[in-house]
Ligand binder design. Structure first.
Ligand code: NAP
Length: 302
């Protein structure tokens, strides 16, 4: 890879806390190199209390655009001059771009990334979303844009479920205890909880649904886990063993990145396969480092 940083190289980046294990720099820089674009993508660790000054600083040094990850996806909204309607509805921005007139515009390519692996599904299929946090909001918006439904959301916080219904009145909400009754009529399950994500010291085989619950799904059901560390997760391994169709959260990550990069480059098509290979390679490296030293915490949202 022959890439030189020069005075004309343009900057893209990522802000979050932590960003140290993000897959985005590997993914974006591989695509930029393959495209021969004179850009460089850099991760910037930004603490919550430094967000406003960091965003002003990025504008001052002429950064063209940046991704936003935990803990800034909601907090960034008041710092933007424009927010796309669907990002405002979801209440989170993960991609920011410099506006020609100055200031920043914000959008949510997590929705596009979420939707991409589901594009071949039939409309109107019963869908169940597990969890009701930030990622669930992007997933609900995506499912409704695909005209899937009924869309049911199971969560453990009645307040958060109520807030979801205020934004999307067509969504049905369930308590965790009501899940089993709905599984036999569910064609798509989406896990948006962090249950099953690698964490140092936590049990390796956690899953938001048990094998018995997965058995209740109809034949040919699709099981989509937004987690991708480990890849596959225990949920996806069990689902595949039972003959269901697994989808890894890595696809969402790759496609949200591809959509963001294309936006920053004025709508140019980007090499998704190059991004996928770079993300997989980086993930394998992180897994190998982890096997040697299980202490580092993995960020799995960027
Ligand atoms: P979040 O806002 O904290 O939401 C997590 C949700 O999971 C909350 O509703 C929480 O319930 C629920 N939950 C947590 N532990 C649970 C448990 N033991 N049993 C039942 N419910 C539980 O987090 P987020 O930002 O939505 O992220 C969620 C997951 O999605 C993370 O693993 C993240 O890595 C992944 N993600 C992946 C991508 C991607 O590109 N693939 C993008 C975004 C997020 P309470 O509200 O009651 O705590």
């Amino acid at each position: 890879m022959d890439r030189r940083i020069s005075g004309s190289t343009q900057l893209l980046g990522l802000i979050g806390d932590p960003v140290v294990h993000s897959l985005s720099p590997a993914m974006h820089n591989a695509a930029l190199a393959a495209m021969g674009e004179d850009y460089c993508y850099v991760p910037f660790p930004v603490a919550a209390e430094r967000l406003a000054v960091a965003v002003a600083g990025l504008a001052a040094i002429g950064v063209r655009g940046f991704n936003v990850t935990i803990p800034h996806k909601q907090a960034i909204l008041p710092l933007l001059s424009q927010v796309e309607a669907r990002a405002a509805k979801v209440g989170a921005v993960n991609t920011v771009y410099a506006l020609p007139e100055g200031g920043w515009g914000g959008t949510n390519t997590d929705i596009d990334g979420f939707v991409q692996p589901l594009l071949g599904l039939e409309k109107g299929i019963p869908t169940l979303i597990l969890g009701c946090g930030g990622a669930a909001r992007a997933a609900i918006q995506g499912c409704l844009e695909l005209e899937l439904g009924p869309v049911r959301v199971a969560g453990r916080s009645p307040e958060k479920l109520q807030a979801l219904q205020q934004t999307w009145p067509q969504v049905e909400t369930l308590s965790w205890a009501e899940l089993d009754r709905h599984l036999p009529e569910t064609s798509l399950v989406v896990n948006t909880t962090p249950v099953g994500m690698y964490k140092p010291g936590s049990p390796a085989e956690l899953s938001p649904l048990s094998r018995e619950q997965l058995r209740l799904l109809p034949a040919g059901a699709v099981v989509y886990d937004l987690i991708y560390v480990p890849d596959p997760t225990p949920l996806l391994r069990m689902a595949a063993a039972l003959g269901h169709t697994p989808i890894s959260g890595l696809e969402m990550l790759i496609h949200q990145g591809a959509k963001a990069l294309s936006l920053w480059l004025g709508g140019k098509p980007v090499p998704v396969e190059v991004m996928r290979q770079a993300a997989r390679q980086q993930l394998a490296q992180i897994e190998a480092d982890r096997a040697r030293d299980p202490k580092p915490q993995l960020s799995s949202q960027s």
